[in-house]
Design a protein around this ligand. Structure first.
Ligand code: UT7
Length: 331
């Protein structure tokens, strides 16, 4: 019997309707379109407004429903729903549980996975493991974040970067050797001070004081994170390519986390991947944290061919980072 692999067999995505342009941010903080564009590559991002829908689950459900409709899948066939997110609807009750119920995945169990901007990448490893082991046949992995709920719109160093969105991918067994091939995943907890949200957790529960001191917003030491992001993402992707004998010519697409166009460009240069093979949509969505990778897959789906070699790479708070080599499974 041929070895079972775990392939992505469908994707779906959702971004909110409201478009927040760089120009709009000029009215909120001391910044300008030229600075944001040249330093990050971002032109606009989406923001989920209350009138459209509430919470990260709203976007997860939309992305999942699109995927199910595209592939004509009965939600009752789904075995497991994993939601990668740093902005769950609420703490304690898992967002995935609500999403699974709402989409009609009544035979599934679900839970959230938190690894900052690497949530989807780490989730790919989890989803694929369940499928490869033969334990489950349909695992729905969603990466979604409502970053606008934790962004301080008076802080110009963070509010220009982040946006809201959701993307979903279905993992199923494959006997042609397609799907996830190899992974290199790492964490380094000593980096947690560089990209964090101080309050609201067990170290610093919410008080009047934490609210007053704006501790419930995301903070990052941009310059340090930038440095670690370039070297760690590039090193991880290089490792993955080397140990799988993948040359730049053999890679069809680099699928990098969308944090900053300069990080992506520097990384692609270090591993010698031509910019035409680099997936990029940061200009229209900004950094959507857990959603960047599946949003890329959805945007580029029509250009992907069966057998294409994809190299994913991500870096995020924690620190968390890594790279995954996956063979695309459908046209
Ligand atoms: O997704 C998870 C991981 N996150 C990342 O990977 C993000 C990594 N970091 C970055 O993308 C970049 O560091 C930023 C986009 C956050 C900042 O870009 P930078 O080129 O590293 O800028 P900087 O922090 O070195 O600041 C340069 C200057 C400073 O002014 P002075 O001190 O040189 O006078 C900042 O105060 O730019 C200033 N500045 C701004 N100016 C206009 C910072 N933010 C802004 C702004 N508009 N929004």
């Amino acid at each position: 019997m041929s070895k079972l692999t775990a392939a992505i067999t469908a994707v779906g995505a959702y971004v909110p309707e409201f478009v927040m342009t760089n120009k709009m941010l000029e009215d909120l903080v001391d910044t300008n379109d030229e600075w944001i564009t040249s330093r990050t590559g971002i032109k606009e991002r989406r923001v989920l407004k209350k009138e459209e829908g509430e919470g990260t689950s709203f976007m997860c459900i939309k992305a999942a429903e699109e995927l199910l409709k595209k592939r004509n899948i009965d939600p009752k066939e789904i075995d497991l729903v994993i939601v990668g997110t740093v902005t769950p609807d609420t703490l304690v009750a898992s967002t995935a549980a609500f999403v699974a119920s709402e989409i009609g995945a009544t035979n599934a169990f679900g839970y959230d996975l938190l690894a900052a901007c690497s949530s989807f990448l780490f989730g790919m490893s989890t989803a694929a493991s369940f499928v490869q082991s033969g334990k489950y046949k349909k695992v729905l992995l969603i990466g979604a974040d409502k970053m606008s709920s934790i962004v301080d719109y008076t802080d110009r160093t963070t509010c220009i970067i982040f946006g809201d969105g959701a993307g979903a991918a279905l993992f199923e067994p494959n006997t042609e050797g397609l799907g996830l091939q190899d992974e290199y995943l790492r964490t380094d907890g000593s980096g947690r001070e560089f990209l964090s949200m101080d309050a609201g957790g067990s170290i610093m529960p919410a008080t009047e004081e934490t609210v007053k001191n704006r501790k419930h917003y995301i903070y990052q030491d941009g310059r340090s994170v930038f440095k670690f992001a370039v070297s760690n993402m590039a090193d991880a992707a290089a490792q993955i390519m080397e140990r799988n004998n993948l040359t730049d010519k053999g890679v069809a697409w680099l699928v990098p986390h969308q944090a900053n166009k300069r990080i992506i460009d520097a990384m692609a240069k270090r591993i010698n991947i031509d910019h035409e093979k680099v997936m990029m949509n940061i200009q229209k969505y900004g950094n959507t944290t857990s959603a960047t990778l599946p949003l890329l897959l959805n945007d580029y789906e029509s250009q992907l061919k069966k057998g294409d070699n994809l190299v994913f790479a991500a870096f995020g708070g924690g620190f968390t980072w890594g790279s995954i080599y996956l063979k695309w499974a459908y046209n």
